[in-house]
Design a protein around this ligand. Sequence first.
Ligand code: IFM
Length: 427
Amino acid sequence: MPDRFPHGFSWGTATAAHQVEGNNHGNDWWDWEQHPGAIRSGERSDPACDHFQRFQEDFDLLRSLHQNAHRFSLEWSRIEPQDGVVDRAAIEHYRQVILALRERGLEPFVTIHHFTIPRWLAGMGGWADPTSVERFARFVELVVAELGELVSYWITINEPTALVYQSYLAGEWPPGVRDFDAGARVLSHLLKAHWQAYERIKERHPRAQVGLAHHLRNFDPFRAWHPLDRLVALLYHRIFNETLLSSLRRGSAVYPLSRLGQASGPAPSQDFIGLNYYTRNLLRFERRARAELFGQRVNRARAPVSDQGLEIYPHGLYRWLLALRRERLPVYITENGVADATDTLRPVFLLDHLRATLRAMGRGSPVRGYFHWTCFDNFEWAEGYGLKFGLASCDPSTQARRLRSSGRLYAEICRTGVLPDPPAGGG
Ligand code: IFM
């Protein structure tokens, strides 16, 4: 295993507009937040981290922590508050955000779509409506025309499968639907939207690097010997991990999306793989869990878990990095982090996942960067402010930021590219 990360490695953190900016009242999430019970403790995304106003100071902090890159997203509903109507002030805001990053030596990685859609689009059926694809392409064309000179790395869409799962299978995110066919339709529109975005960006800026942030998990059988557990784990893997990866690799939709008719796009349509990695799921066959495709998620007894109840499994990152070598594309770990209010798990989490990364790099995995999720505690969707993912805390009522010890540890790694030795007797 190499003893350090290479020179030129990208070190950063990742955020999403709706989770940090505050005052985003024009999208589907804001409307969803008004429904009693939609968000734990009835919390709302305003003010979040008030990052819309405070981005300069926030970037000062990231710079002082030796980061050299930053991933953030554009809020579509700010830029296009009505169908076809552009808000110039919003474009100017994001131009200033990008310039502020560049002035501080932070390379911007810009996500175009991170879960939220404008209210007007939600009213037309959101991603379930086929015209959403063309509307997204139009939005991409606009932002690339306006900001493309300043951006070298684009992430078209964040975690399409997580969006489909939460919004169309579990029904816990807007529009709160539980319908497998609707989910498949939405995933196919997101795939087409990515293809369109890739082409439109490349037309204007052939050298721009364009990718998509995949949420990839390991799905393993709870009882390794049990054929039905194995079958369910394989099914989950195929649907949640492989559908998108294979469709993108081939340039045509694979099952279950191919059921919806022919869909094809450019291949390749990724210049890098964006990997969001958090956990693995162990699955046990459960006859009654039809809506969950007969899979019941269970954790190993005594497995380390985050505040979210997700298993902490750094080896899964190693496995994914090795598996992704077959894509023959550079990899950016565009998200990796842990919900941990007391910051007792995060330092070890960070070290173990970075060690897994280095190990995979030693076996030929072309990892070029790592973005921790996230810099500040922020609005964690249906969980409100309850889950704390930040290297620094942020209290939404005072807006005070406080660096955690994991934040100091990460800063030292970003500065040196070296992982400190594990503490004696552990780690
Ligand atoms: O906060 C989310 C982010 O928006 C998408 N990936 C997972 C993160 C943590 O749950």
